[in-house]
Design a protein around this ligand. Structure first.
Ligand SMILES: [Zn+2]
Length: 458
């Protein structure tokens, strides 16, 4: 190995999940993110997450984590199990949320693997092992890794604790920034994504590289309209959500509508133990929210709570919800109806036209959520045929990612200093389109690397 700086693109290239990148020279090897490739379930023997890492985990010195979504942290315990003994570094909030997310992932993984006679990808003791070497670094605090490298974290504005990893190499003076996921600034809760004005190399997400979002202004009024419709006809509204970020944004907006008297108070069941744990972490935060939210908290508002919000913890409590007559709302995971408690509510409520289901997140092809959203009149849930007669609503504008214009605008701030941009963490069409736009609009060199590609940085 020589002193040259090399960037390796592993998974998270040409796909939105499984983020995993390596930057190295002869002295130090730095990984950024170690996410789960989603779409394949743990129980499958062919699960790509089960493959050995394409490097020896023992040789890695540092693992930086951008944020606590499972597609950025989901293989961290496996990395530790496979021999990694360097340091894991993230913001304090990312560490705290990751502990909860990984504990949950390990439980599901152990349970599903056992059912299928497979060795789990990792267990809770591996999560504990990861946390034992996981250190924290606050935003804007410089940390020296060795004589060559220093790092600071900047707010990515994506979810609570999310950070961009900004590395500086002393000898060449190169500034290399891994964006992680970038927030859809301005957002209801988060601060704005910080500007990066002096990067030489950007390794950036491109989830929505080829698309722009619908206006955010319509979101709250549409949510109000859906809730009003269901309340008036005394139905039940199901809202499938992901436990991290979307759940908290939704609770915050319902708090606004209910406490502002814009919709009547009806029972709202928050039926997600993981979501409840994560919301408790969010509720403790103050300085990481934007100023508007900070002002509301200072004024005494519990921003994730409102009258008649009922948290259900046990499965028994969850299964009793049906006894409460409508109108009512049930918020449960998973966000694409591919598991979690939402599916038993779907069996109960989808067959009745008085009820409705509201989608606020992207529904991937092949999921039950996608089938319902596209108007299937019958879906199969756990082998059972369930007629879909409930009304279907979609409210977009809840994305926590920048859209194509937002990404171009973000890069434009560094355009004068940029040597190269690598578009990653997007489907091939999105990564290619974004790279093309950056070349055309900003006249910067932009490429979409292939999985497995190694690039030397000058
Ligand atoms: Zn994310």
């Amino acid at each position: 190995m020589d002193k040259k700086l090399k960037l390796h693109f592993y998974s998270g290239t040409g796909t939105v999940t499984g983020a995993n990148f390596l930057l190295e020279n002869s002295d130090v090897r730095i990984l950024v993110d170690c996410g789960l490739t989603q779409g394949q379930r743990f129980e499958s023997e062919n699960d790509p997450n089960r493959r050995p890492f394409p490097y020896d985990p023992k040789d890695i010195d540092y693992l930086f984590i951008t944020h606590a979504h499972i597609d950025h942290i989901g293989r961290v315990p496996k990395l530790v199990k496979d021999g990694f003994s360097g340091k894991i570094i993230s913001t304090p909030t990312t560490r705290e949320i990751s502990a909860v997310m990984l504990d949950d992932a390990a439980s599901i993984n152990e349970e599903e693997s056992r059912k299928n006679n497979l060795v789990p990808l990792y267990e809770k003791k591996d999560v504990e092992g990861a946390l034992s070497i996981w250190e924290t670094l606050n935003y804007h605090t410089e940390m020296k890794l060795n004589d060559d490298f220093s790092v600071i974290l900047k707010d990515a504005g994506h979810i609570l604790g999310s950070a961009m990893i900004c590395l500086t190499e002393r000898e060449s003076g190169n500034k290399i920034v891994f964006t992680g996921d970038l927030g859809n600034t301005p957002t209801p809760l988060m601060k704005d994504t910080e500007d990066i004005t002096d990067a030489n190399y950007l390794i950036m997400e491109s989830t929505y590289g080829d698309r722009n979002h619908e206006s955010k202004d319509l979101r709250l009024s549409k949510l109000k309209e859906v809730l009003t419709t269901i309340i008036q006809r005394k139905g039940t509204l199901l809202i499938p959500v992901f436990s991290l970020e979307k759940t908290q944004v939704l609770l915050h907006e319902m708090n606004h509508l209910i406490e502002g008297g814009e919709i009547p108070q009806v029972p709202v069941f928050f039926d997600s133990p993981l979501g409840i744990r994560l919301t408790d972490i969010y509720a403790k935060q103050f300085k990481n929210f934007n100023e508007k939210v900070q002002a509301r908290i200072l004024a005494g508002d519990d921003i994730f709570d409102f009258p008649k919000l009922i948290r259900t913890y046990s499965k028994l409590e969850s299964k009793q919800i049906y006894k409460v007559p409508g109108p009512k709302v049930i918020i449960a995971s998973s966000g694409m109806s591919s598991g979690g408690r939402i599916i038993w509510h779907e069996k109960e409520y989808l067959p009745d036209p008085k009820n409705a289901i509201l989608f606020i997140g992207f529904q991937a092809l092949g999921t039950i959520g996608r089938a319902i959203e596209e108007g299937s009149r019958e879906v199969k849930i756990e082998g059972e045929r369930v007629p879909v007669k409930a009304q279907i609503f979609t409210v977009s504008g809840y994305s926590s990612h920048k859209d194509s214009d937002g990404l171009v605008d973000f890069v434009s701030k560094s355009a004068p200093t940029l040597k190269k941009v690598f578009t990653v963490m997007g489907e091939p069409k999105a990564t290619m389109f974004l790279a093309q736009r950056l070349r055309d609009n900003l006249n910067v060199e932009a490429v979409h690397p292939r999985e497995g590609q190694i690039v030397e940085l000058e």
